[in-house]
Design a protein around this ligand. Sequence first.
Ligand SMILES: NC(=O)c1ccc[n+]([C@@H]2O[C@H](COP(=O)([O-])OP(=O)(O)OC[C@H]3O[C@@H](n4cnc5c(N)ncnc54)[C@H](OP(=O)(O)O)[C@@H]3O)[C@@H](O)[C@H]2O)c1
Length: 349
Amino acid sequence: MNERIKVGVLGATGMVGQRFVSFLRGHPWFELTWLGASDRSAGKPFAQATTWRLDGVMPSEVRAIVVSESKPDDTAPQLLFSSMDASVATEIERAFAAAGHTVVSNSRNYRMDDDVPLLVPEINADHLRLIPTQQRARGWKGQIVTNPNCSTIVLTMALAPLKQFGIRRVMVTTMQALSGAGYPGVASMDINANVIPFIGGEEEKMERETQKILGDFVDARVEPLAARVSASCNRVPVVDGHTMSVSIELEKKVSETEIIGAMRGFRGIPQQKGLPSAPPCPVIYMEEPDRPQPRRDVERENGMAVFVGRLRKCSVLDYKFIALGHNTVRGAAGAAVLNAELMQAEGWL
Ligand SMILES: NC(=O)c1ccc[n+]([C@@H]2O[C@H](COP(=O)([O-])OP(=O)(O)OC[C@H]3O[C@@H](n4cnc5c(N)ncnc54)[C@H](OP(=O)(O)O)[C@@H]3O)[C@@H](O)[C@H]2O)c1
């Protein structure tokens, strides 16, 4: 590619927005030139509009960019990543898509709409074929593509290699990081030395999104996976990284060696095409009896792989294991950037 594609971020001042800013730094295909947020931030240089909450300092190249209002105008680039508060995302993303922009969104608002791809490039790249239906039905020149909820993506990446064995039932219990709640998130008095066994709407999202992502594209629509999924979601005092304990029932009788082999051998279009943000091995199986752990493993592979370990027999379903992924990278900003890379590589931009 001779010239990089100019891109913007809606919700740039937030927790995920800052991840976008960090993740897009030095990207070989995309150049971050535009930042959007609420009226509270618009008109201010990025360095004044937000306090940098990630490790290290705010990248110098974005400090002086003046934050724009989140309204389509001549200044916003064609390709926009979105990490806006869900309370405002429906209208704003719709306005940009109607005005001809490609909106690659993290927000939950459009994920479950029948004509909107809920994309994990390694798993369901063919769901991009929903876009012509979306544009026809809504009269949009642009398009909206979404990535899953931050815990769902970890679960689906671990399950996708097992789809070939027929997934019947899934029980998942999560231990989710604080950064998943945005900033300032959960009050320290509530979470310090504690576990909160409730994250509003999260269990429903995990159950439904998993079925859509692992579903098949048939007759111009997505046929959800018929498996039953039951999720229990907990907030724990971890900064980054959602860990989950998963039990599965499969149609075929398979050995532990076959499951681990399927996970280790799992590859998708991002790996085949060598997309810039694709981890070489999207699912990494760890042999150590006490791994994966969020503090030790979540930053590996640039935060883009999912780590699995402790595969063993389950005395209720067939097998159980632990999975871990970076919630604001693979579960948010990195996921959206990989979505856009796939769209560029497959001619959807
Ligand atoms: N955190 C995660 O792990 C994660 C993972 C996957 C998906 N998500 C989703 O990503 C989205 C952002 O999450 P977050 O954790 O980054 O939240 P956050 O830190 O609270 O950031 C929210 C962003 O939305 C902007 N915003 C608020 N009101 C607005 C308005 N009226 N118009 C335009 N922009 C407005 C804010 O701008 P101001 O600073 O100007 O107010 C800020 O940039 C949410 O939909 C969330 O569900 C989050």
